[in-house]
Ligand binder design. Structure first.
Ligand code: ZN
Length: 349
């Protein structure tokens, strides 16, 4: 652990039994507070020996399920019910969370692009560095709770990456299946640099990323999926006792296992305007058929520009706001995962 250069201070003792609710204090000198600091909340609930689960919310601001579900977990989780350790960071990029924005308003950085961070960097980088050096080494598994923010509306899903190590892949896959969100995605990572995902995976640990809703809302359904999923992972790892609550236990269809095998599953617009989606989240779409179209509102005589599906499958994500700029992602398509060993799945790898 190379923490000697980190300016982060905390009163948390990660080895102490009990529930500690404290802060990571990041120095933040500004005009109205020369010796000011950012107080990033951290909670540790520990009892005896056992695995350590790190739960992260607020990696981005504007994504509300994670922070709210984790604040509720902090209220109800008692050390007596824990075997092992739960570390909770409900508002990882605190300035972004408080601003309701994806990026930190202090340094303009996306927390999920700066890992492993820098001890002498900007506020976002200092937080990432502390997590990378002080907290990830203590953790056996990490669940990072996201949503689509203001720009995307996503199907409620839990996701993992294809991993080279078969043991790590199997342990991660079992945890993915325990989460029991309506959808579970196994994805190729196309640009891992700077992600918390990649930092955790490269340490050989279990990493799951949840995307539970979006469009800047907090819905009762997506919050419930988040809370049940977190509880299920705690049970799966043996940190708390109890039975996994499946989707069917909640009156939902069984969890749908999907995959996103290549960048063609993401659809980008090439013209600015207003995007009209022909489909809703969860709808079935067919390759080479239009998914939607972009309207140039000031030119009524101009035909709208279609966005054509590059893959068949289910619409798992779409643009949130109406207006789009060139390069915006407007649709994510996933496909049902084929049983291992089928000709189709062999082709994908
Ligand atoms: Zn996010």
């Amino acid at each position: 652990m190379s923490l000697q250069n980190s300016p982060v201070q905390t009163g948390v003792d990660f080895e102490r039994n009990g529930k500690q609710i404290d802060y990571l204090r990041i120095p933040h000198s500004r005009n109205d507070s020369a010796w000011g600091g950012l107080m990033v909340p951290i909670v540790v609930v520990k009892n005896g020996t056992g695995p350590t689960l790190l739960l992260v919310g607020g990696n981005h601001g504007g994504e509300y399920e994670g922070p709210v579900a984790l604040n509720k977990l902090v209220q109800r989780l008692q050390p007596e019910a824990v075997q092992g350790r739960v570390i909770i960071l409900p508002a990882l990029n605190l300035p972004a969370v408080l601003a309701g924005r994806r990026l930190s308003p202090i340094d303009g950085k996306d927390m999920n692009r700066v890992f492993p961070g820098r001890a002498n960097g900007t506020a976002t980088e200092i937080i990432a560095h502390y997590v990378h050096e002080a907290i990830l080494p203590l953790s056996d598994a990490v669940v990072d709770l996201h949503a689509g923010g203001y720009s995307l509306d996503l199907a409620p899903y839990i996701s993992m990456h294809y991993l080279d190590d078969p043991q790590q892949m199997a342990a991660t896959r079992a945890t993915l299946e325990a989460f029991q969100a309506p959808y579970a995605l196994i994805m190729e990572e196309f640009s891992g640099e700077g992600l918390l995902d990649y930092a955790v995976e490269s340490m050989g640990k279990i990493f799951l990323c949840a995307e539970l809703g979006g469009a800047g809302r907090l819905s009762a359904d997506t919050l419930r999926h988040t809370e049940v999923g977190v509880d299920n992972v705690l049970k799966h790892l043996g940190i708390v006792e109890g039975e996994i609550e499946s989707c069917t236990d909640r009156g939902l269809p069984p969890m749908q296992l999907m995959e996103v095998p290549d960048p063609e599953n993401y659809h980008t617009v090439l013209t600015p305007g207003v995007y009209e989606s022909f489909y809703e989240i969860g709808d079935r779409v067919a390759r080479d058929q239009p998914l939607g179209q972009v309207h140039a509102l000031q030119y009524p005589g101009r035909a709208p520009l279609p966005v054509v599906a590059q893959r068949s499958g289910l619409l798992l994500g779409r643009r949130g706001p109406g207006f789009v700029e060139v390069g915006d992602t407007v649709a994510l398509i996933g496909r049902a995962k084929e049983p291992a060993g089928s000709a189709d799945s062999a082709q994908l790898r």
